[in-house]
Design a protein around this ligand. Structure first.
Ligand SMILES: Cc1ncc(COP(=O)(O)O)c(C=O)c1O
Length: 386
């Protein structure tokens, strides 16, 4: 049986051993040098000025939206576009913080929000928190341009697409900030963990503040001094001054250490996932029962899981049954967000979105683990054949 989670880490055995050694030798296990080192290395690899490490991808989304609200970039009541096909905690921070999510339907062939769909809703939006679904995007360069032209602030939930590229640019580098997840089964695993990246100095500073209680302790010393002087806080009280609305979303040194252990495997992991993806996608293309994916515009598809869409619900049932004894499957992410109880409870706009519903009814996914053996990949390819 090929499970959704094949291992906790890439190179599991040696990673676990080095984790044991690290913990036994470490004097500090709360956020410290390892976290800072991982942030620096991750920002460099992603090609961003800053990276802020947090306890999960969901917290990355929450602190990003909170930081933008603290800075006045979004205000209560603003309408923010989101993908109909995403994870719940992409939309939840908007509801929690008094913003209004506006659902955008996705394409059946890229699974992502299209520029045409963005264009339809642009007039209503203050921001767009787009999800790059399962290593893919639609024409995100065009979406970025549309957003700039219409002064819509673009941010990306890149929790599912680390390492994917289009137009020579890594996904996660199109908006002013983007989020990542390091949960088990994602591209890089730190067990739990997440990151926010940005090039914006002011947003970075606010993210650091929002990650830890709203205090200034983790800011650059010069900035810290300026803030303390501005507000007239003496050194004795300064450490216990809370500047703005915040959480405790801090990672531990274990997260940082694991990030530093997994990061050097980035290229290898992406390469293997891309190569598996191509074999799966080409089997799907040859099978008339299945809907082919559109990915010619992508330079690299680094997907942690492979979506399969059947042409009809009846066909989907046939393929689900075919996979079940051999390969663990699940809905595509969590299906159409409009079907979720939390969404029905808190959002009044319950219009149907055809493509997300099609994916909900006719789709499933299986894991694209970089350590799948050749035999396992071949087995999956045979299941994807008619
Ligand atoms: C698009 C998306 N956003 C956010 C998350 C949340 O990440 P985490 O599980 O690290 O909280 C996920 C998780 O799979 C996701 O797929």
């Amino acid at each position: 049986m090929i499970h959704l989670v094949k291992s906790t880490f890439y190179k599991e055995k040696e990673t676990k051993q080095s984790l044991i050694d690290f913990i036994s030798g470490a004097s500090t296990l709360s956020m410290g040098k390892e976290c800072a080192k991982f942030e620096k290395a991750f920002a460099k690899k992603q090609g961003r000025k800053y990276a802020v490490l947090v306890s999960s991808g969901s917290m990355a989304n929450l602190i990003l939206v909170q930081a933008m609200m603290n800075l006045g970039m979004f205000k209560k009541g603003d309408r923010i576009g989101v993908s109909a096909l995403t994870w719940a905690t992409n939309i939840m921070p908007l509801l929690q913080l008094g913003l209004v999510p506006v659902i955008l339907d996705v394409s059946r062939t890229t699974l992502n929000v299209t520029p045409e769909e963005v264009e339809k809703k642009l007039g209503k939006l203050k921001g767009l928190f787009i999800t790059n679904v399962l290593g893919l995007s639609d024409d995100i360069s065009k979406i970025e341009k549309l957003c700039k032209k219409h002064r819509v602030t673009l941010i990306e939930d890149n929790c599912e697409s680390l390492g994917s590229r289009t137009g020579g640019k890594l996904l996660g580098n199109f908006g002013i900030a983007s989020t990542f997840s390091f949960f088990v089964g994602h591209h890089l695993s730190t067990i739990e963990g997440g990151m926010v990246t940005t090039d914006d100095d002011i947003l970075h500073e606010m993210l650091v503040l929002v990650r830890a209680h709203g205090w200034d302790r983790n800011l650059h010393p010069d900035r810290q001094k300026k803030l303390r002087r501005k507000h007239g806080h003496d050194e004795f009280h300064a450490k216990y001054i809370f500047h703005d609305l915040a959480y405790n979303a801090r990672p531990t040194e274990v997260t940082g250490f694991l990030g530093n252990t997994q990061l050097p495997h980035w290229n290898e992991i992406v390469k293997k996932r891309q190569s598996n993806f191509k074999r799966f996608a080409s089997a799907i293309e040859k099978n008339k029962d299945l809907v082919p994916l559109e990915y010619g515009h992508m330079d690299t598809v680094s997907n942690m899981a492979m979506p399969v869409l059947a042409v009809s619900r009846a066909q989907a049932e046939i393929y689900k049954k075919k996979f079940a004894p051999h390969v663990e499957i699940r809905p595509v992410i969590a299906g159409n967000m409009l079907n979720q109880p939390f969404y029905k409870k808190y959002v009044s706009d319950l219009r149907r979105y055809d493509n997300a519903e099609f994916i909900h009814q006719n789709g499933f996914y299986f894991a694209n683990n970089p350590e799948l053996t050749n035999e396992e990949v071949s087995l999956i390819v045979s299941l994807l054949s008619s």
